[in-house]
Design a protein around this ligand. Sequence first.
Ligand code: GRF
Length: 341
Amino acid sequence: MTGLRFSKLCCITHYDIAEFVIFFEYFLFFWSSILIVKFLSHFWRMFQRLQKKWGISGAQFWVIFVAFGLTGITTAFITRYITGWIGLSKETFWLWEVLVRIIMLLFGYQVVLLSYGALLGQWPFFWKYEKILLQKLGILKAEKSKSYLKTVNIAIFASGAGSNAANIIRYFKNRLDTKISLIVCNKPGAGVLEIAEKNGIPTLHIEKDRFTKGDAYLPELQKAGIDFVVLAGFLWKVSAALIAGYPNKIINIHPALLPKYGGKGMYGSKVHEAVIAAGEKESGITIHFVNEHYDEGATIFQATCTIDTADTPDQLAAKIHDLEYAHFPKQIDELLAKLAP
Ligand code: GRF
């Protein structure tokens, strides 16, 4: 028996060895592929986490990634050029070369990074990146600003034409720190839904009972990561549930100078008709926090316009809209900066 085994062993030919080598190659190929896939998926997940943390789109992430890559290559190239130009070599004192490299890493790299950032249309991102870096080094005083690149997600509640929503979307379009992430609407076919679709913003249709007497769609808002709510032409009374979910984080715009001409039923042309009928010489807009009573929350901002004797409600509405477009997005922006941790 032993003899047979031994003779079999002795009969190992070079074909057998070749087969074994092939098998071993397959084995290596199989496991290295798995390792590579694991390695790549690890990086992919890391990139996704970064993208989420920075609050940027996928495309933007890759542009920023390329900017970092190009910066590394360019800085290395410039450093080599500078050391050569100064005349540093193996024969010269090594510390000089180290010093040049440190200076290039500390300053040159940042300048190149900002240049690529600007060139690739990512200036706000890289400028903020540099500011944070300087703050961390203690060179720049840490300002009370929004946390680093954490995007504030806004939900706009609207049920009308949505011209204010469109204006706010336009204002924040290229911002990394603020994003219009959801349009909430209770009226099928409302103009604002078309605006949302054009801008690729998800919409949420809401029903009155659940909104006013139920959970006010808090689970959906939280799932969408909403941090702040803006009412822009939304007529339903905001429920206690929503206010509790977003304390001091819901604002509204009213097309008159509150406390006058506000309250239940005071919306759209009704407001302007009442203002004109009362013989007012001026009207305006009020941006205010929302509480459980119609148009009664604390005022954040007001702006006025004059009313000419011949002004019709429609003409006054146009003046008011102009004020809204000029001030509403800016006020949201300023308020978010103040409320930031
Ligand atoms: C605006 O006038 C706003 O003040 C009021 O509703 C109107 C909405 O208009 N709350 P639009 O739908 O944004 O054009």
